[in-house]
Design a protein around this ligand. Structure first.
Ligand code: GDP
Ligand code: ZN
Ligand code: ZN
Length: 584
């Protein structure tokens, strides 16, 4: 049976974090955490986010009451509910406030109402059978007298034709202001199995709604509704309009805090301004009867107010899943502190701080602290491109990163980006120190004198880019040559190969042997290619010494003087060295 990869399954990965012991950031963190916690708790209680909410289902029934007296010529007429209310569909009711009456209409022919299109002078102006969408009947083709001065086309229609008049002012039923409407509203929350209505036990049915004094009374005076929205009833009554009555149910169905009462509010739903095109609300309506066996009708153009009742709201009840979902959704807010503090550290450190703040104010203490945090927090990795190289000069504190093709230019003069030298890895040195200490010959020994004299002996005839006098021309091919045209110094001065540490760390056979054996304890060092192993180890030792970390050392280019000093110490029999190869 194949081995079970259980160990791959039973493992857990977690992030390693950096804890910053800082009074300031600690305070910021707790402040933000408290802020988030307060907000989350506030929203939980205020919006009852622990509840499962359900929209309301409702039915509405209305009853309008009131009487109005309307003057008609000499006489007056009483209008009761049946006269001024009309059956409507949906949650609406209509109250007539004004009207234009055309009485005794019968099916016959008569002169059309005079308009630009209907005025005629002879029969030729009228076309038989023609009708426009605006006309009230079908033309007979005759031009007849409308009154003593005008002639219009004759039509077959309900005659006499309705006159195109403006709505009477003031409105005929402006008394409708005092009408009352009783609204019965039953609601249901099926998910919570809860039913209620807006008429509660003990409610006085002779009451009238008042926003503050009687907010639960379901009887509304029409004038009061218009007052609430800032409209003038008698103005609206002339042309008609549409008014919304909103019933909002925000129900808390939890037994420990049960509350389910409606809230009434009003909103004008049509265009308020009377100057607008086609203002108001009107429709035509007829009452039919028979006179002498002839069908006759009274046509009414009715203006009035349509009341739309809009019921909305939610019912909420505690639900553990909702609570868990809410808590889960708010957890991410607690990352605000991390985000904010990281933002501060990233922004007020390194580059930004030096370029923006430091030139202005010399007191950049917080930036220095942030820079320290940033260095500890952030590890930058440069893309290991084949063109990437690092260069270090002994007379400069930083390292140069050169990331481009040299194209025949000496590496010594190539432009690059400054990189700070990584902190010395003392771990590596501490193991080395023992060997260096015990194995190096005491200063002033003949070996050292010999070494220094050797260096000076070769210092004549160094290339023009060399500043230390110890570099040699590269022996690589023409296109790769420039890579090795690098000195240990930027300005003139003594060569790094003359330093004692160079001799101890890079050239000392015992140190290198120690390093090789440290890595591979059973390495056979007396084999044929010992020199090659020692040489390569010397390159690495130099790179680690001068560049501080493996990341940089892998792409570090040795100065020509060091390279040739190492090669002289550990030569290759055919003297054909392959030179630096990019590891990627
Ligand atoms: P070889 O021994 O004939 O191959 O020739 P070299 O003495 O030039 O050694 C080549 C090896 O040393 C290769 O692995 C190179 O990557 C490495 N090497 C040579 N020069 C440099 C250098 O300047 N920097 C680094 N980091 N490695 C180098
Ligand atoms: Zn040099
Ligand atoms: Zn040098």
């Amino acid at each position: 049976m194949a081995a079970c990869g259980c160990s791959d399954v039973f493992q857990y990965e977690t992030d390693k974090v950096i804890r910053i012991q800082s009074m300031n950031y600690g305070t910021v963190k707790w402040f933000l955490h408290m802020l988030v916690f307060s907000y989350v708790s506030f929203a939980l209680v205020k919006d009852k986010r622990y509840q499962e909410k359900e929209p309301v289902i409702s039915s509405v029934h209305t009853k309008v009451k009131g009487l109005a007296e309307v003057k008609e010529q000499a006489d007056s007429r009483i209008f009761d509910t049946v006269d001024y209310t009309f059956p409507m569909q949906g949650n609406s009711f209509f109250v007539m406030t004004n009207f234009l009456k055309t009485e005794d209409q019968k099916q016959k022919v008569c002169a059309e109402y005079p308009t630009r299109a209907t005025i005629c002078s002879s029969d030729e102006n009228c076309a038989k059978g023609w009708m426009s969408p605006q006309s009230k009947g079908i033309q007979t083709g005759k031009c007849v007298k409308y009154n003593h001065s005008l002639k219009t086309c004759e039509i077959k229609a309900w005659c006499p034709i309705e006159a195109q008049e403006a709505a009477p002012r003031p409105a005929l039923l402006s008394r409708a202001e005092n009408f009352t409407v009783f609204i019965k509203n039953n609601i249901h929350f099926p998910g919570h199995n809860y039913t209620t209505r807006n008429i509660f036990p003990g409610l006085n049915t002779t009451c009238t709604f008042h926003k503050t004094k009687n907010p639960l009374c379901p009887v509304f005076r029409l004038g009061d509704i218009f007052q609430e929205t800032g409209d003038n009833f008698s103005e609206v009554a002339i042309q008609g309009g549409i008014m919304g009555i909103e019933i909002s149910w925000d129900c808390n169905l939890d037994s420990w805090f049960h509350h389910c009462r409606p809230q009434y509010s009003f909103r004008r739903l049509d265009n308020k301004s009377s100057e607008s095109l086609y203002p108001g609300y009107n429709f035509r309506y007829a009452k039919y009867y028979k006179t002498d066996n002839n069908e006759t009708r009274t046509l009414l153009k009715v203006f009035g107010i349509r009341f739309d009742i809009l019921v909305f709201g939610t019912g909420g009840k505690f639900n553990i899943i909702q609570l868990v979902v809410y808590i889960g959704s708010t957890l991410s807010y607690f990352g605000l502190a991390t985000f904010f503090i990281d933002f501060l550290i990233n922004t007020y450190s390194n580059g930004w701080c030096r370029t923006q703040v430091y030139p202005l104010c010399k007191c950049c203490k917080p930036c220095n602290v942030n820079e320290y945090y940033y260095d500890r927090k952030c590890e930058t990795i440069v893309e290991p491109k084949p063109t990437l190289k690092y260069v270090s000069f002994v007379d400069e504190a930083h390292i140069w990163m050169v990331d481009k093709q040299l194209l025949g230019k000496h590496l010594q003069d190539a432009k690059g980006k400054k990189v700070s030298r990584p902190l010395t890895e003392f771990k590596y040195l501490s193991s080395l120190a023992h060997s260096v200490h015990t194995l190096s010959p005491p200063p002033g020994q003949p070996e050292e004198i010999e070494l220094l004299s050797e260096v000076t002996a070769t210092s004549t005839g160094s290339p023009d880019w060399c500043q230390c006098g110890n570099c040699l021309p590269s022996r690589l091919g023409k296109d790769r040559r420039c890579l090795e045209e690098l000195c240990c110094r930027k300005g003139p001065g003594p060569c790094i190969t003359t330093s004692e540490l160079f001799r101890k760390l890079v050239l000392d056979r015992d140190t290198l042997r120690f390093l090789l054996l440290y890595q591979e304890p059973l390495l056979a060092l007396d084999a044929g290619d010992t020199n090659r192993q020692l040489r390569h180890c010397a390159y690495r030792s130099y790179a680690i010494w001068r560049f501080g970390s493996w990341d940089l050392a892998n792409f570090a280019i040795l100065p020509s003087c060091c390279r040739w000093r190492i090669r002289r110490e550990f030569p290759k029999s055919n003297s054909e060295y392959s030179g630096f190869q990019s590891p990627y």
